[in-house]
Design a protein around this ligand. Structure first.
Ligand SMILES: O=C(O)COP(=O)(O)O
Ligand SMILES: [Mg+2]
Length: 216
């Protein structure tokens, strides 16, 4: 019986490969100022602390600082194009379906702006897996602050001993560690982290969760 067990997912770099659209939006913003584009592989390590931080880091790479107008235009433009090039990672929908079928509650703890997160999940037919989702702009705290994960677990009515956090960034692991929650680091995303449990492919996800939370 897994009814009270929960798996909390990070979004960017864990469930969806959103880097192409994030990089494209950043580069459209830079182009407004006549600045050269930042290649995708250089954008990847800038992802993980939310869209505003991505913009700031992208501008810094070109020796500039975004102002409020840059920020507003970038956020609206990204939200409008959030599904142009973005895809779920291969096998992730199947893994989510298996976890749901085995009785795990699923939730999402993302630093992405919440409207963009909900829009992209709906467009990719993944929103049905995540009745609980808290975005990086929804409260005054966000990952790596453990309260972000704490708020997701509270909304899921899952205790921290019965939960696991899955993410691609050191923020995800730090959030879980800070709250005393088990975590799984996924290596297919954009970040690096020291983690007790790491996996290389989506096929390894369900077995890793079952090992941490006990097979049903
Ligand atoms: O958009 C970001 O910077 C990070 O989003 P994530 O927390 O879902 O990885
Ligand atoms: Mg991520």
């Amino acid at each position: 019986m897994n009814a009270a067990r929960g798996v909390v997912f990070d979004l960017d770099g864990t469930v969806i490969d959103s880097l192409p659209d994030l990089a494209a939006a950043l580069n459209r913003s830079l182009a407004r100022h006549g600045m050269a584009p930042v290649p995708r592989e250089e954008v990847a390590p800038m992802v993980g602390d939310g869209a505003k931080m991505l913009l700031k880091r992208g501008y810094e790479a070109r020796g500039m600082t975004p102002d409020d107008e840059d920020e507003a235009i970038f956020l609206a433009d990204y939200e409008a194009h959030v599904t142009d090039l973005t895809e779920p990672y291969p096998g992730i929908a199947e893994a989510l379906g298996t976890l749901a079928a085995r009785g795990y509650s699923l939730g999402m703890c993302t630093n992405k702006p919440e409207a963009s997160a909900r829009k992209v999940l709906a467009a990719l037919d993944l929103d049905r897996f995540f009745p609980v989702l808290i975005g990086g702009d929804a409260t005054t705290f966000r990952k790596p602050d453990p309260r972000h994960l704490g708020a997701v677990l509270e909304a899921m009515a899952v205790g921290k001993d019965a939960a696991v956090m899955v993410g691609d960034h050191h923020n995800d692991i730090a959030t879980a560690d800070g709250l005393g929650v088990a975590s799984i680091f996924v290596r297919w995303g954009y970040g690096r982290a020291e983690a007790t449990v790491s996996i290389d492919e989506t096929a390894a996800l369900v077995p890793a969760v079952e090992r941490l939370l006990g097979a049903g």
